[in-house]
Design a protein around this ligand. Structure first.
Ligand SMILES: [Cu+2]
Length: 147
């Protein structure tokens, strides 16, 4: 059986502990992410045929972190997609792109980006990217194609 608090003294011991516990939970980034993507582009490479990179700002105004896990081009679902980072000047495949809480993560030239292989030569001026986040699930984003 649980012992009831016997005195005010016990309460004084328990309350700070509870407060610390709550603060601890708040600091670990518990809570839901809230993701908005802005400025998405797909830059078609003029050096490598069928190669293209996507850049964007992933804004997370929520209290929880998230991870970008995958991307599909809605209009061209067969285009091969990888998530890339530049490490030590070299393009490196990554399994996921971390999206910290209350931060804007920039996918940009020379850094984190989405890489396409087999991107069609002729496309519409905009394509729809379906970005899959670990917690937020799929989010559709319109991206301007730059060639
Ligand atoms: Cu790349």
């Amino acid at each position: 059986m649980h012992q009831p608090l016997r005195s005010l003294g016990d309460l004084r011991t328990v309350l700070p502990a509870l407060l610390l516990l709550c603060l601890g939970v708040a600091c670990t980034g518990q809570g839901a992410p809230q993701i908005v993507v802005k400025g998405a582009t797909v830059q078609v490479s003029d050096a490598i045929k069928g190669s293209a990179s996507s850049f964007m700002f992933v804004i997370n105004d929520g209290r929880g972190e998230d991870n970008l896990l995958a991307c599909v081009i809605k209009e061209y679902p067969l285009v091969y997609v990888e998530l890339h980072d530049i490490v030590g000047g070299k393009m490196t495949m990554v399994k996921e792109i971390p999206i910290p809480a209350r931060e804007t993560t920039a996918l940009k030239r020379g850094g984190l980006h989405i890489m396409f292989t087999g991107f069609p030569e002729e496309t519409e001026k905009k394509v729809t990217l379906i970005l899959t986040f670990e917690k937020s699930g799929p989010i559709e984003v319109s991206a301007t194609v730059l060639s």
